[in-house]
Ligand binder design. Structure first.
Ligand SMILES: C[S@@+](CC[C@H](N)C(=O)[O-])C[C@H]1O[C@@H](n2cnc3c(N)ncnc32)[C@H](O)[C@@H]1O
Length: 229
């Protein structure tokens, strides 16, 4: 039995990692994801990186506790800046905002490679990340919703194809979650719809014009999930 137990958010991230891949876990903090993946025989080699020394020390302690210091390279790095190019094929970036995740990917053009899979778990602005992925030649393959009982989370996997398909704004808000049939995915979509509705009502009450086209986005999402208003 492994030492590492992941919460449902990190389990959803781990579930998207490909067996046998070399993982780079960016913003690793305690390195729980890579330690879990190793203890469960899913991967044999990984990089765990963080911008801050404290989290990297947390990671070092986890690797010592699990006896896997020889299998994981620790790197102090802002995003992917100090990660050697092409040194990983599954890149995990979890627990950060979608805008920061997009910026980290933007600064590392080597991730635009057909062998690379991005596994991202944005805490906010998932729509910004989906838009960045689609506009930069990535195809979103799978999305998994999870919850800790209070908050809902989404984990996204995407692969580079070079195909810059144009997607609707509605797609950027719900992505591939729309194809799932589980209750949590539907709850996540409902949460997204609620926050868009609130924003739309607030701007309407304030007499502000709907420059972002929220009304259309809300209508399209409702249509996608088969809800007529
Ligand atoms: C909330 S924690 C998430 C830890 C873990 N990935 C998770 O999902 O539970 C965010 C981590 O990202 C690190 N971080 C923030 N900005 C970063 C950046 N630009 N590059 C690398 N790490 C970053 C922080 O130091 C922190 O350890």
């Amino acid at each position: 039995m492994g030492k590492i137990k992941l919460d449902s958010r990190l389990l959803s991230v781990a579930s998207l990692v490909r067996k046998g891949s070399t993982v780079a876990d960016v913003g690793t903090d305690h390195a729980y994801v890579v330690a879990y993946l190793m203890e469960n025989g899913i991967i044999e080699k990984a990089i765990a990186s963080d911008i801050n020394k404290g989290p990297l020390e947390n990671a070092r302690q986890t690797l010592i506790d699990c006896g896997i210091t020889d299998k994981v390279t620790l790197i102090l790095s802002d995003g992917l800046q100090n990660i050697p190019e092409n040194s990983a094929d599954d890149i995990v970036i979890a627990g950060m905002g979608g805008i920061l995740i997009s910026e980290i990917l933007e600064k590392a053009p080597w991730v635009k490679n057909e062998k690379v899979q991005i596994i991202a778990q944005p805490m906010t602005h998932a729509e910004t990340l989906r838009k960045w992925l689609c506009e930069n030649g990535f195809e979103i393959r799978r999305e998994v919703a999870s919850t800790d009982g209070k908050r809902l989370y989404v984990a996204i996997s995407a692969e580079y194809t070079g195909n810059k398909a144009e997607k609707s704004k509605a797609y950027y808000y719900v992505g591939e979650l729309i194809k799932n049939s589980d209750e949590l995915s539907m709850k996540y979509i409902d949460k997204t719809l609620n926050s868009l509705n609130k924003k739309y009502c607030a701007q309407k009450n304030a007499g502000v014009s709907d420059e972002d086209g929220l009304e259309k986005i809300i209508f399209e999402i409702n249509t996608l999930i088969g809800r007529t208003q």
